[in-house]
Design a protein around this ligand. Structure first.
Ligand SMILES: [Zn+2]
Length: 282
């Protein structure tokens, strides 16, 4: 079967659902990541590379090469939607979004681009972000909006018939990669082992933010090496000494071997906690 994962920037696919994708590829499914923007406005987050002039001057090309390497590490197919990174606006008051960026593209235009992808690849399931973008980056929120609009539009025979035969996706999931329960479980296990937990500040700063209810847990501990290889492939975006790599694999496999998702749409009734995103699809 076929799974499409819609992401905002190159590197999002490596930190959200990468183990699940590697698992499905290994099980013989086709998985295609669609990345909405080129990540042009990302900062260089790896201290070892942040003063590399060659990289700074060619960031778009560098990130394209990183994305190709990450796709290879996961065994997935990949497509660019072709929009421009909005950047993460910071400050008070917030500066306006840069002209022409993805978050300002009219929804119709972005929906057409994604419907074209959906009608061509014909995915049975799709993953995307929740309505607050998983975290409030304007491109992540736009990714949510466009994904949900494209879900309906792709199946509508009246919507741009020139884009291909209508296609109904069976199930859509929101990514829940950094669920509270997961962070707490790993945090506690790290402390118990006398290790420095990377999630202390994270858990503190979250406060009482309402938590999303995961409805699917996919066991992915066998695929931690592929996930990590995909993260490392995004060398400008991921600090190899950063929190992504501080949790020992054996500990993670013991206390939290899953990736979580929240069912956002299903063409048929689904009850209880699922352990397979393709469950119920013939
Ligand atoms: Zn992102």
């Amino acid at each position: 079967m076929r799974m499409m994962a819609v992401h905002a920037h190159p590197d999002d696919e490596a930190s959200k659902g990468a183990g699940t994708m590697a698992r499905y590829v290994t099980e013989g499914h086709r998985v295609r990541v669609v990345t909405c923007t080129g990540g042009e406005r990302g900062d260089i987050l790896n201290p070892r590379l942040e003063h590399d002039k060659q990289i700074i001057d060619n960031l778009l090309e560098v990130r394209r090469a990183e994305m190709a390497a990450a796709a290879e590490a996961l065994g997935i197919e990949h497509a660019w939607l072709g929009f421009v990174d909005s950047g993460l606006p910071e400050g008070d008051p917030m500066p306006p979004l840069p002209e022409g960026c993805f978050a300002l593209v009219p929804d119709e235009e972005a929906t057409v681009a994604l419907v074209k992808q959906i009608r061509e690849f014909r995915p049975h399931i799709m993953t995307t972000y929740n309505e607050i973008g998983g975290y409030p980056h304007p491109d992540h929120i736009a990714t949510h909006r466009v994904s949900m609009a494209a879900l309906a539009a792709a199946a509508d025979p009246e919507f741009h018939p020139e884009l291909g035969e209508p296609w109904q996706i069976q199930k859509v999931y929101y990514d829940v990669s950094f669920g509270q329960e997961r962070l707490e479980a790993i945090h506690e296990a790290m402390v118990e082992r006398g290790l420095e937990s990377p999630f202390l500040e994270w858990l503190r700063s979250r406060g009482e933010r309402p938590q999303r209810e995961a409805t699917a847990r996919i066991k992915v501990d066998e695929f931690f090496p592929q996930r990590d290889a995909a993260l490392r492939a995004h060398a400008t975006q991921i600090d190899p000494d950063g929190f992504f790599f501080q949790v020992p694999h054996d500990l993670e496999a013991e206390v939290w071997p899953w990736e979580e998702f929240e069912l956002a749409y299903s063409a048929f009734p689904v009850t209880g906690m699922e352990d397979d995103l393709f469950a119920g699809i013939d």
